[in-house]
Design a protein around this ligand. Structure first.
Ligand code: PLP
Length: 387
């Protein structure tokens, strides 16, 4: 067989899916596994959104559509940004993508060259480092420290800037730590990006998922995504549409024009009926979101309280998303060993912090998008195992 490309050697996957496969193998053997590994809300797509997608298929909205997305949906995104971020992008800045993840890839492909440096949070979503490595850029992780509430510290970013820095990736609310960055921190990072002339890619997929009614500020407000900031958001988490594959980008207009050709070349367009469902998601009834966040608040409080009872574990309160990032140093185990131990001994599936980069050593991620009963049972099993 001929040699695969260098990029094929550099790109990497996601541990959560491997752990899910191992947990499912245990279930096949008859064990009852409690799942805390997958980052997906434990609900179905709300009916009115699903119905809009079904109706679109009945109406034969099953053909190619413009690569940048349906005009109706792009207009709804303009309205959405006006309502949630406080600025009004031009329609020419809005790009629809099949999920947020392609937005990570396409924005990197459009901004980063081999040999450039990309700064990103660690622990962080694996796709950032993977996409940067695939392109042949140098990944430059910034450790997120528990003592700083797992927020990216602008001074740490500044220290890592070189003349090769081409982009910094921001993710707030953050996966896997649940941290939410402050306006001051974002302003400072935007300032550094302007000073050194690099891009800011802001993954805001959990933007609607914050607690205590405190919204997450967006770094894109500083230039309204007109010059160097790139906003990525989507429907997977807050509208429970992971399998529909729908996301959007708000980018400088010149970049949107180039993204059109990336999309034409790679995917032609995002599925039409999915976009009609997305239009209903953005413009239809939003009342299920506060209800969902109320339930997540109860789950968050329950799991944080519970995990703090487990000998050797410490869990801070996340401000957004639905992940508890638990310090397990007191157990004396590595993240990998601890995750394997709790899967084998307690039948509780978690993700080791190191799946999100080396700076995740000493932590486990629990996705608490599950029932209160499962949370209670998992905590009981852990207390028994670690006592
Ligand atoms: C931070 C972050 N960005 C992006 C994604 C992927 O979003 P999508 O399913 O819309 O591609 C996820 C999913 O877990 C995520 O946690």
């Amino acid at each position: 067989m001929p040699r695969l490309s260098l990029g094929a050697g550099r790109i990497y996957g996601e541990a959560a899916f491997e752990i899910l496969a191992r947990a499912q193998a245990l279930e096949k053997q008859g064990h009852r596994v409690l799942h805390f590994e997958i980052g997906e809300p434990d609900m179905e797509t709300p009916d009115h959104i699903a119905e809009a997608g079904i109706q679109a298929i009945r109406d034969r909205k099953t053909h190619y559509v413009p690569s940048l997305g349906l005009m109706e949906l792009r207009e709804a995104v303009v309205e959405e940004i006006k309502n949630t971020r406080g600025y009004t992008p031009d329609i020419g800045q809005v790009v629809i993508t099949p999920g947020l993840k392609p937005g990570i890839f396409f924005s990197m492909l459009a901004t980063v060259d081999p040999g450039d440096e990309v700064i990103f949070p660690e622990p962080g979503y694996p796709a950032y480092g993977s996409a940067a490595a695939m392109i042949g850029a140098d990944p430059v992780p910034v450790p997120l420290l528990e003592e700083n509430g797992f927020r990216m510290n602008p001074d740490d970013v500044r220290q890592r800037v070189t003349e090769k820095t081409k982009a910094v990736i921001i993710n707030s609310p953050q996966n896997p730590t649940g941290s939410v960055m402050t306006n001051d921190e974002l302003r400072e990072i935007h300032h550094i990006a302007r000073e050194h002339d690099f891009f800011v890619i802001s993954d805001e997929v959990y933007s609607k998922m914050t607690y205590d009614g405190i919204p997450a500020p967006s770094i894109t407000t500083y230039d309204q995504a007109r010059e160097r900031t790139i906003l990525l958001d989507g429907f997977s988490k807050c509208y429970v549409m992971t399998g529909w594959r729908l996301g959007y980008m708000v980018v400088p207009a010149v970049m949107a024009d180039r993204l059109r050709d990336y999309l034409v070349s790679a995917v032609s367009c995002t599925a039409a009926f999915t976009q009609w469902a997305g239009l209903e998601a953005l413009t239809g009834d939003q009342s299920f979101i506060p209800g969902m966040m109320d339930r997540f608040t109860r789950k968050r409080d329950r799991i944080v309280h519970g995990l703090n009872q487990v000998p050797g574990m410490y869990c801070r309160v996340p401000e957004g998303a639905f992940y508890a990032f638990v310090n397990i140093r007191g157990t004396g185990m590595t993240s990998q060993a601890c995750s394997e131990y709790v899967l084998n001994e307690c039948r509780v599936a978690t993700v080791p912090g190191t799946a999100f980069g080396a700076a995740g050593e000493g932590y486990l991620r629990f996705s608490y998008a599950t029932s209160l009963d499962q949370i209670d049972e998992a905590v009981e099993r852990l207390i028994t195992a670690f006592s």
